[in-house]
Design a protein around this ligand. Structure first.
Ligand code: SF4
Length: 337
């Protein structure tokens, strides 16, 4: 919208019903600035393609993708720019980024570029990631050539062919990417691997390890942790959903945590009476001030604040899963886990 000249107002709803925040506007502005930085020197804003879907039939016959921004500057300077906007916190690197590599493949297919045009093209992958607080700049660029991307396309084609040829016998490759896979809840490979990891971490370790062995072991442990995390998030979602929809799980329950601040549990009139007794005005126009503000006001007057706690309760926080330690087996055998 902003690139088309319309900046939505704070609090406005997007077409998906999401409320526009300051942070979203600032992040989008970074994307807009990046597009202008690339296109303006060539007066090429008319060449910017936003959220256009391209097919990549040469990799897989049903593969397609929608790039956030794609700028063809082949005529102007022999360059192609792909810009992707990431609003999440987890750092995404443009280096050999498969998502952007596949978009470029799709653009080459769409325009039916020759091998020579592809090989000689300077390709720029830009990731605009305003909320990445990792130790790196919010926006990163990787410059390469069409020729250098061929090995990535080859790897994608081989994987697609592998999956299609072997069908049920395909060899899914587990890794940190499983964290984003919608099928992880039911993936037998991920489950088998997670089980192997659990066995592996339960074995005994030598107390003293040489540095190189410790370093190698750490590498394995980090990879195993990433796989286990992917497995855990899939299971967590399944268990949470099951309990939320009325299912019973012997090992897990849902608990509402304590949020920030407190809320009144008695009628406003009682709160006002309490304040009047303590010569403290607890009114906020028509409503009482918050319990936290009341505690501060009481403190200033050196009144006992415990009475406020009796008149209020902690705000509920987010709901999270907690391990059950109160089931029958625990009560009978006294096991704590
Ligand atoms: S969870 Fe299974 S299917 Fe999904 S990416 Fe991981 S290995 Fe592949």
């Amino acid at each position: 919208m902003m690139l088309n000249g319309y900046t939505p107002a704070l609090g406005e709803l997007t077409s998906e019903g999401i409320v526009i925040t300051d942070e979203m506007l600032e992040g989008a502005q970074q994307f807009v600035d990046k597009v202008h930085e690339i296109a303006d020197p060539y007066d090429a804003m008319h060449k910017v393609r936003l959220e256009e879907t391209v097919e990549m039939r040469g990799i897989h016959h049903v593969m397609f993708g929608t790039s956030d921004g794609s700028i063809d500057l082949l005529e102007e300077c022999g360059q192609w720019h792909l810009i992707d906007y990431k609003f999440g916190h987890r750092a995404v690197s443009p280096f050999e980024n498969l998502q952007l590599a596949s978009y470029f493949f799709g653009e080459c297919e769409r325009l039916q570029l020759t091998e020579e045009q592809i090989d000689n093209c300077s390709v720029f992958f830009h990731i605009v990631q305003p909320r990445c607080f990792h130790n790196r700049p919010a926006n990163m660029t990787w410059e390469t050539t069409g020729k250098n991307l061929r090995h990535l396309w080859r790897a994608m084609k081989e994987s697609a062919l592998d999956a299609m040829t072997h069908e049920l016998g395909a060899r899914p490759k587990v890794g940190a990417w499983c964290r984003d896979c919608p099928g992880r809840r039911a993936c037998p490979t991920l489950r088998t691997n997670a089980g192997a990891n659990i066995d592996w971490i339960n074995r005994s370790w030598p107390v003293e390890m040489p540095l190189d062995a410790a370093g190698l072991e750490l590498k394995f442990v980090e990879a195993a942790l990433a796989q286990l995390e992917a497995h855990a998030t899939g299971l967590r979602e399944q268990v949470e959903h099951g309990i939320e929809t009325g299912g019973y799980c012997p090992d897990w329950a849902r608990e509402t945590g304590k949020g920030r601040g407190r809320h009144w549990t008695v009628p406003a009139a009682e709160v006002f009476a309490l304040g009047d007794m303590a010569e403290t005005d607890l009114r906020k126009q028509v409503e009482p001030i918050t319990p936290t503000q009341a505690i501060e006001a009481f403190k200033k007057k050196r009144f006992d604040t415990s009475v406020i706690e009796e008149y209020s309760a902690p705000n509920p926080g987010s709901v999270k899963l907690i391990a059950r330690t109160d089931n029958l087996a625990h009560r009978v055998f006294g096991v704590k886990s």
